[in-house]
Design a binder for this molecule. Sequence first.
Ligand code: FAD
Length: 426
Amino acid sequence: MKITTDIVIVGTGVAGLYCALNLPADRDILIITKSTVEESDSFLAQGGICMLRDESDYDAYFEDTMRAGHYVNNKKSVDIMIRSSRDVIKDLISFGVEFERNEDGTLKFTKEGAHSAPRICFHADITGKEITSKLLAEVQRRKNIKIIEQLKMVDIIECVGRCAGIVAQHPNGAMTEIDARFTVLATGGIGGLYHNSTNYPHLTADSIAIALKHGIELENMDYVQIHPTTLYSKRKGRRFLISESVRGEGAVLFNSHMRRFTDELQPRDVVSKAIWAQMDEDNRPYVWLSMKPIPKEHILSHFPNIYKRCLEEGYDVTKECIPVVPAQHYFMGGIKVDKHSKTSMDNLYAAGETACNGVHGKNRLASNSLLESLVFAKRAAKHIAEEYDDCDVITPDINENDYRDCDRDYIQTVREEIERAQKNHE
Ligand SMILES: Cc1cc2nc3c(=O)[nH]c(=O)nc-3n(C[C@H](O)[C@H](O)[C@H](O)COP(=O)(O)OP(=O)(O)OC[C@H]3O[C@@H](n4cnc5c(N)ncnc54)[C@H](O)[C@@H]3O)c2cc1C
């Protein structure tokens, strides 16, 4: 089977959806996802999304992002992200996203670990669901955008050194060739490669593997973020995240003797290291987190989802500590892109967690990733719109049998690449 479209976007998270919404309305756009539209990490984001409140916070916001990233961030990308944040929040509100507000109607801001000031817009503890579902509803209203679920990209089509679309596979094994003038990879993170991760298991770094196969440049493959606090469980599967904003609002960590052992508001990698060291010392697979310093009413209003989920696991966070353990959470590296989100291959863009524009450096500051995904997805859309008329149509001629088994070794290839990058770094 063959589909021809103007632009194909792989992934229905915030990056894919917002990119589609910013492309010209007179172009045919196809978005595919290997799962259902509700199953993306974007739906899982709890804490919130950063915004530059006013000019007086610019330097502090910039410095917080750089400090968390160990000062190896791309400064230009950080500047673009911060400067674009107000516009993005305005767009989201125009699509119907509801952020918490003060009594006077102004936006209410919260603070998370490693932020020196409250600058995070939020919607209870389900900010990602609120944003992504509203973007999805807007996409579904647009006549020029079509979504196909349960369709998995297994390769890109490379033609005379340019990207001419993708090859995708249906659950029954049938292949579809999707020819497109421009392709945007928005396939999210790499959590599916790990035993313990907060990500959906179907996020297996497919775009990274495909980039490796085609010699498309990657960057910072060893920058993998571990979230310090996920709910410890003996069960397999996705780890439930206990958002950083819980510690931002006063929750504290205890060792097995119920003594504090670290400053809970340090960057994620520092807190994770402190927890691992403490787990070793205690000889236990978790440490304790106490939310008791946070008033009960505040827990119920600000963290209802965390409260409910912990209750399901048998813990009442208003009364008792919960066991927490670090888990893979976010990938700062990825497909190398420029400030327009263009990859090293012509006609191919990447946005969201699968791309690396250097914003996060070695370590992402909390609540910067939804923002970064949105800002740079919009930039991809604007650049594609500018380039569109100058781009020749390529008509690829592929044999679908060549792609039948091509995703077989992808997971192992990416694991090896991350390990290689980590060894090189040591
Ligand atoms: C539990 C949790 C909490 C978080 N909290 C926050 C927060 O509070 N604030 C914040 O800023 N960030 C947060 N993040 C990070 C943030 O949610 C993600 O970085 C961001 O949503 C990534 O968006 P994305 O569009 O790049 O990818 P995703 O939303 O993950 O979407 C990826 C899409 O690609 C599709 N896909 C993947 N591979 C293929 C393939 N081969 N073929 C077809 N489709 C494919 C998937 O099905 C999915 O639709 C959190 C993450 C998690 C896991």
